[in-house]
Design a protein around this ligand. Structure first.
Ligand SMILES: *[C@@H]1O[C@H](CO)[C@@H](O)[C@H](O)[C@H]1NC(C)=O
Ligand SMILES: *[C@@H]1O[C@H](CO)[C@@H](O)[C@H](O)[C@H]1NC(C)=O
Ligand SMILES: *[C@@H]1O[C@H](CO)[C@@H](O)[C@H](O)[C@H]1NC(C)=O
Ligand SMILES: *[C@@H]1O[C@H](CO)[C@@H](O)[C@H](O)[C@H]1NC(C)=O
Ligand SMILES: *[C@@H]1O[C@H](CO)[C@@H](O)[C@H](O)[C@H]1NC(C)=O
Length: 399
């Protein structure tokens, strides 16, 4: 009995240790569509899938009300069109916070505010308003006594990087550093918040199918890519891109600011020239990503920093302009049927897709030295430019 208890304790301890550095999975609930289920139905869907973090692109009252009492953590957004007002008047952010946050909080568990979205690639250049707006929103949260529980950040597209390969040479675009990156990182550091980054290996892959292996982009078995400067070995483009952002922060002496991945995803359909957009690849990317996040540790550069990730997106959104892929990032159709079947929780992963033996250990893809074509030697800093459109058609234009 004593031995059994000891073993049990040991097992519990090991389980705890194994999840200590694992991260969290949330999902982006975009609503640029005319055929989506009601917010109440959506909350039921999220619960049925075990998803307990959701990110919105606004502060829609019906949505925030439906999320009330759900125990789902919520990130809301102040849209780009309001940045100039938010930057110029504290009275504006006071009343915005009052009517969009305080009115719902804490019954609706708002944990963070995205002030703007991919502001540096907003066609209506709002960059100069960003940090002043973030500071005003924060000051308003302080005024209402909720600044310690609600974080302020602003999702940045990966195209803010000048350089992303190799990861250790990651750097921000020179013209952004002094006007906005440094002030933003200072603000995030002082307020105990995190850098929010939207990362789409899909865009780098589409633009470089000749040099980036699909397996490397999809977290499948591959030889990995070694960073020549520090010897770190990357098994996925996603992790390499994250570490490029960490390196860019470090270059500015901000290596202590945390990071969250506020969007990532892979389309289940695309135009003819959007190589790699398919349901199988989307299922592989998102399925392997979820496994990686929930059962693995941090990245090669920051193994102890959990990966906190929001998938893009909950639904296919039929009113988004742009290439076919833009309307096909959803894990679900508006009917609430799955576009493809992947697990979204630790429990789901442990149960396994075949619903087999409970003791079966979750299999993280283990790279084998010879199973794939030569993986990506290059992920140029410029390749994510193609993300500009995807980021803005939907999100910069507002809901
Ligand atoms: C709320 O969520 C947290 C973590 O997401 C969980 O630990 C807790 O049990 C949940 N509470 C309820 C009442 O469901
Ligand atoms: C562009 O920004 C200005 C503020 O500088 C704002 O007045 C205007 O409405 C914005 N236009 C659009 C289309 O968002
Ligand atoms: C946006 O505005 C900033 C300063 O407000 C400026 O430095 C930058 O060049 C502008 N970018 C574009 C693309 O117009
Ligand atoms: C695909 O073709 C369209 C139309 O020619 C073009 O606008 C778009 O940039 C192309 N996309 C990629 C990923 O090459
Ligand atoms: C597991 O299998 C049982 C019976 O075979 C079924 O009722 C249950 O829904 C399955 N669960 C999952 C997660 O597939």
């Amino acid at each position: 009995m004593a031995a059994f208890t000891t073993l049990t304790s040991l097992f519990v301890l090991l389980s705890l240790l194994s999840i200590a550095n694992s991260g969290s999975i949330g999902i982006n609930y975009g609503r640029v569509a005319n055929n989506l289920p009601t917010p109440e139905e959506v909350v039921q869907l999220l619960k049925s899938q075990g998803i307990n973090r959701v990110k919105l692109y606004d502060t829609d009252s019906a949505v925030l009300t439906a999320l009330s009492g759900s125990n789902i953590s919520v990130t809301v957004a102040l849209p780009n069109e309001q940045l100039s007002d938010a930057a110029s008047k504290q009275s504006f952010t006071d009343s915005w916070v009052q009517s969009n946050i305080i009115r719902y909080y804490p019954k609706t568990n708002i944990e963070s505010i995205a002030v703007g979205n991919e502001v540096f690639v907003d066609p209506n250049n709002t960059t100069k308003f960003l940090v002043p707006a973030m500071k005003n929103v924060y000051a308003s949260l302080v005024k209402y006594g909720v600044a310690s529980s609600i974080k302020v950040s602003s999702p940045v597209a990966l195209s803010a990087l000048q350089n992303s390969y190799p990861s250790s040479s990651g750097s921000f675009k020179t013209d952004l550093i002094e006007p906005v990156i440094k002030p933003m990182l200072s603000f995030l550091k002082q307020s105990g918040s995190f850098l929010a980054v939207n990362i789409y290996p899909f865009f780098a892959y589409v633009a470089n199918t000749d040099t980036i292996s699909l397996d490397y982009a999809l977290f499948r078995d591959n030889k990995g890519v070694t960073d020549p400067n520090n010897g770190l070995v990357y098994k996925s483009l996603f992790e390499a891109q994250i570490d490029a952002v960490y390196a860019a922060m470090k270059a500015l002496n901000f290596d202590d600011v945390k990071m969250e991945i506020t969007e990532t995803g892979w389309p289940s359909k695309g135009d003819e020239n959007e190589t790699g957009a398919s349901a199988d690849n989307a299922a592989a990317y998102n399925g392997n990503l979820v496994k990686r996040v929930l059962t693995g540790s941090g990245t090669p550069l920051k193994p102890d920093e959990p990966l906190n990730v929001y998938l893009f997106a909950l639904f296919n959104e039929n009113q988004k302009p742009g290439p076919v892929s833009e309307r096909n990032y959803g894990l679900f159709y508006p009917s609430k049927e799955k576009v493809y079947d992947i697990m979204l929780t630790r429990e789901g992963l442990e149960a396994g897709p075949n619903n087999g033996s409970k003791s079966q250990v979750v299999k993280i893809p283990v790279p084998s030295p010879s199973s794939s074509p030569t993986p990506a030697p290059v992920v140029g800093g410029g390749v994510e430019e193609s993300k500009v459109g995807a980021g803005c058609w939907r999100r910069c234009g507002g809901e």
